[in-house]
Design a binder for this molecule. Structure first.
Ligand SMILES: [Zn+2]
Length: 324
């Protein structure tokens, strides 16, 4: 159901033969010795089709970006791979947008991993080094007084999203040290922007159940759309109807609500933090039915949203207004 699951496959495990060596020696050795399978080269070393030739030489400009204090190799976990956080040297002709496209990220991720760019996104220069994470999110430096809960809340994720993030190599008891850097997968700032109620979309079959970004589209392998937003964001009924399921689903959907709208139409909302309605309850279009979570098989706060027409899972984008 989730393409994000593939991420776990990315984490390669190699014996920590270099445990005794100094951190700098380890990183140097890993840089030179990590075998790079073909798929890694596809993902990280070839400019995407359509890139103008002569720029975007990721292969030569990417260096491993090491989190301080050897945290990446703590607890016998390793190794560092191309799928860790890297730095990219800006080439002539690059823009923040082209870099984001090159690494399949969004602009906000680049901004939230690079404080000087966040302050002034228009001010980038050739030769400047940009921190590039492997996935959407933010790189955060722990400050005195921070707790896991406070950081998670500020970035719109659940604490477990941070502690379970492989890049952070955390284990219980989770202790934070000022200056420690954490990757916050799907972390987002300016949270109120994501808590806006979607338009009721008169004239359309369905309204958006929440405001967010499309993190995965409809395909033969994923007959739904994934809408990413912040942890705890409200989720609304896309159309009036009767709740036919409001409980934990064993299929990997986590907390799930299913609404029967009559006329052969149903909607499903999965990975919720909990459900705010009960089976048999009649709901209006736009009524609060739950909050965004990361339950079930999910790697970050989002809603897996399905529209079913006579039992067939159709592409929701064909039934929703263009914008929430
Ligand atoms: Zn999904």
């Amino acid at each position: 159901m989730e393409a994000d699951e593939g991420l776990s496959r990315w984490g390669r495990r190699v014996t920590l033969w270099a445990r005794a060596a100094s951190w700098s020696l380890i990183s140097l050795c890993l840089l030179m010795l990590i075998p790079r399978p073909a798929w890694a080269q596809m993902a990280w070393q070839s400019p995407p089709a359509g890139s103008p030739p002569g720029r975007g030489h990721i292969q030569t400009d990417a260096d491993l970006f090491l989190l301080p204090k050897g945290e990446l190799i703590r607890e016998g976990r390793g190794p560092i791979s191309r799928h860790e956080i890297i730095t990219y040297t800006i080439q002539a002709g690059d823009t923040l947008w082209s870099i984001a496209r090159k690494f399949n990220l969004d602009i906000d991720t680049l901004r939230w991993c690079n404080p000087e760019i966040e302050r002034n996104p228009d001010h980038i220069w050739v030769g400047q080094s940009v921190v590039v994470p492997p996935r959407r999110g933010a790189l955060y430096t722990v400050k005195r007084g921070d707790t896991l809960e406070s950081i998670a809340k500020a970035w719109g994720v659940a604490p477990i999203d941070i502690t379970a993030e492989p890049l952070n190599h955390m284990s219980e008891p989770y202790k934070l040290t000022p200056g420690q850097r954490l990757f916050i997968p799907n972390g987002r700032k300016n949270l109120t922007r994501w808590l806006r109620k979607p338009s009721p979309a008169p004239g359309y079959d369905f309204a958006w159940p929440l405001v967010g970004v499309l993190t995965q589209g409809y395909s033969a392998h994923h007959r739904a759309i994934d809408i990413g937003t912040v942890y705890g964001a409200p989720v609304y009924a896309a159309r009036g109807g009767v709740v036919v399921h409001a409980a934990w689903a064993r299929t990997g959907y986590g907390y799930t609500v299913i609404i029967n709208h009559g006329g052969g139409l149903m909607t499903l909302y999965a990975h919720l933090k909990g459900t705010w309605v009960h089976e048999g309850e009649r709901v209006r279009r736009g009524q609060l039915i739950g909050e965004v979570g990361s339950t079930g098989r999910s790697t970050g706060p989002h809603v897996h949203f399905e529209i079913r027409v006579n039992g067939r899972r159709v592409n929701p984008l064909n039934y929703l207004p263009p914008k929430p």
